[in-house]
Write a protein that binds this ligand. Structure first.
Ligand code: ATP
Ligand code: MG
Length: 331
């Protein structure tokens, strides 16, 4: 039996290259070595977007198509939708009873959002509690590993504390809920069109399924070294967002060509951008092909999610039987 991995993604719109390089690429790799459970975290989307659900259904299925397009194989990985699993909410409720408020209040994601998110009212119970809901998402499948970026590492730590406390309080120290471990991705942050971290809200993203013409246009309009005003001025790659994309997409020879050409004014900025455009289009090609097949057959996508949800449900139900019994709730 392969160790189980659990991960989720919020359906907040078309996935971009940051989602691919920061998470999805790793998911594709993991499905060969682990028993992977990947879920659409629609309840988690609601922790920050609770007022608007108009696009939710479309976002859910668009995201599943993005996953499949990226190379997630439904025969290897179990794909499901969180809101179809009321067991997650039940475990969340039961874990909430013994979880100190301070464990959630001290998390950096909570503290940062309270400072930064001035556009939305996030002083909600749902937002404070979402890391505990994540803990339930993970523990209900007894996942051994959770792939995370640095920013989510404290959430895995809380999950471990919650599991430990549950086992101590309700299971006499026996392991009903095993402590998961973080599985760190070596991929750093994917830079966007302006050099800052790619994100949809920053408006600096290239979507996984952006049309080739759109990709080309976006990259051609990228700002470069602001001090390289004329074609004849030598540039400094360290000041240029395009250079950051070369670091993701180009091999040593192309990077060497770009640095030499830039610092000697031997090439223009559009010349320098071309290999990046080509690399992105090449990366997108298989995604586009796979996505087309699924978009032409939406029933198949629904069926994949249906099968995954039922597979996940069997596991979640078993765990909840044990949890209820440990907590004296079987009567
Ligand atoms: P966005 O921030 O674009 O609005 P989102 O908030 O819906 O999207 P996140 O929760 O920020 O999505 O990201 C989902 C996953 O993708 C996380 O694992 C996150 O680390 C990863 N990710 C997103 N953007 C990037 C990026 N630019 N570089 C690396 N990883 C990223
Ligand atoms: Mg984000």
């Amino acid at each position: 039996m392969k160790p189980r991995v659990l991960s989720g993604m919020r359906p907040t719109g078309a996935l971009h290259l940051g989602h691919y390089h920061g998470a999805l690429k790793n998911w594709v790799r993991l499905q060969h070595d682990y028993d992977c459970y990947y879920f659409v975290a629609d309840w988690h989307a609601m922790t920050t977007h609770y007022e608007d659900h108009a696009d939710l259904e479309r976002n859910v299925y668009d995201m599943v198509v993005d996953w499949l397009a990226a190379g997630i194989e439904p025969d290897r990985a179990t794909l499901f939708i969180q809101s179809r699993m009321p067991e997650h909410a039940e475990l969340f409720t039961l874990l909430a009873m013994g979880t100190p408020l301070s464990w959630l209040q001290r998390l950096p994601t909570y503290r940062d959002q309270m400072v930064q998110a001035t556009d939305r009212h996030l002083a909600t119970f749902g937002f404070l509690g979402y890391p505990l809901l994540q803990a339930a998402d993970i523990l209900i499948y007894k996942a051994a590993f959770v792939p995370v970026g640095e920013d989510q590492a404290p959430h895995v730590e809380v999950t471990r504390e919650v599991a430990r406390r549950f086992n101590h309080l309700h299971a006499g120290g026996q392991t009903v809920l095993p402590e998961p471990r973080a599985l760190f991705t070596e991929v750093g942050r994917m830079p966007g069109l302006d050099g800052a971290r790619m994100s949809k809200s920053a408006g600096n993203a290239i979507a996984m399924r952006d049309e080739p013409a759109v990709v080309e246009e976006k990259v051609r309009r990228m700002p470069t070294d602001p001090q390289r005003v004329r074609r004849s001025d030598p540039g400094d790659p360290e000041r240029c967002p395009v250079w950051k994309l070369h670091q993701v997409y180009s091999d040593a020879a192309v990077k060497d060509w770009a640095v030499k050409g830039c610092t000697s004014a031997g090439i223009g900025c559009l010349d320098c951008k071309q290999p990046v455009i080509d690399a992105i289009l090449k990366e997108q090609k298989p995604w586009r092909e796979r996505a087309e097949a699924y978009l032409g057959n939406p029933k198949q996508v629904h069926w994949i999610v249906e099968v995954g949800t039922e597979r996940a449900r069997r596991v979640a139900r078993e765990t909840m039987k044990e949890v209820r019994s440990a907590m004296g709730l079987v009567y």
